[in-house]
Design a protein around this ligand. Sequence first.
Ligand SMILES: Nc1ncnc2c1ncn2[C@@H]1O[C@H](COP(=O)(O)OP(=O)(O)OP(=O)(O)O)[C@@H](O)[C@H]1O
Ligand SMILES: [Mg+2]
Length: 285
Amino acid sequence: MTSGQENGLRTWMGDRQPRLLAVTGGKGGVGKSNFSLNFAIALGQLGRRCLLIDCDSGLGNIDVLLGLFAQYHLGHVLTGEATLDQAIVPGPGDLEILPAASGVQALGKATAAEAGRLLKALAAVSQRYAVIIFDTSAGLGPQVRSLLKAAPETIVVTTPEPTALADAYATLQVVVNAADSAHEAQAVIDSVFTVSNRFLGQAPGYLGFIPKDPAVPLAVKSQSPFLVASPGCAASRAIRGLAATWAGVEPASPERADLWSIFRSLWGNATVALRPAASREKVSS
Ligand SMILES: Nc1ncnc2c1ncn2[C@@H]1O[C@H](COP(=O)(O)OP(=O)(O)OP(=O)(O)O)[C@@H](O)[C@H]1O
Ligand SMILES: [Mg+2]
């Protein structure tokens, strides 16, 4: 993409950019999807409308957590079989969800033309949202690494098990999930800080912790987010607190909140044929 096209895209996307947040974790099964979904709902309850993009092509996706049957998904938007508006499904409250593409690494396999299509579609709707959240897959494949490098804000979810900390130190904010106590969460975060300082010379932020709560697996079984199924449970109280903290602190450098940088990083030199601003409303597919 040329700098002229990039400037054109910025103009086209408008001034009001959503905050872009990647949610990741050092290993599988640490609670990333439950966190992403319930955090997005909690932000919605605070008046921050979210689009949750499920980038995980494996099992246990956001649509499974919600018991949704989605006709279209991210893969259909990439190939042009569906528009973004056709693929986005409503979730609890004012949350909207772009379900995961089926098939391993569908995002990583996208061609430049497909990536351009998705980029244009997302750019066209981005002003509807205060926050766009990317729930990433377990482990760090190349495209997930690129996404994390480019995403302006990253939350890493970790559990108290030591193996879950391996990849946790390179990112901006940490949430300790399924901790037995605040004391245990603090011990985890202390060791993350020690490792980060030793190997990176910097420490991530600590957003807070979510307690281990039997209401979470029960909610998963009933295919309802725990914040909806058990709004008074300990995990729900915690995630509302984390969302309020996160929503209250805007990123220090707003110019980093750049949808384009994520896509440029994911798809390198993808060429996007931009249309003039006058035909903006016609380019949402
Ligand atoms: N705070 C919690 N308390 C108790 N159990 C939890 C908690 N958070 C998550 N779990 C359990 O962990 C399981 C895995 O959660 P989730 O699917 O969100 O993880 P994930 O990191 O997205 O997994 P994957 O790597 O497969 O995408 C859930 O089914 C739930 O039973
Ligand atoms: Mg998941």
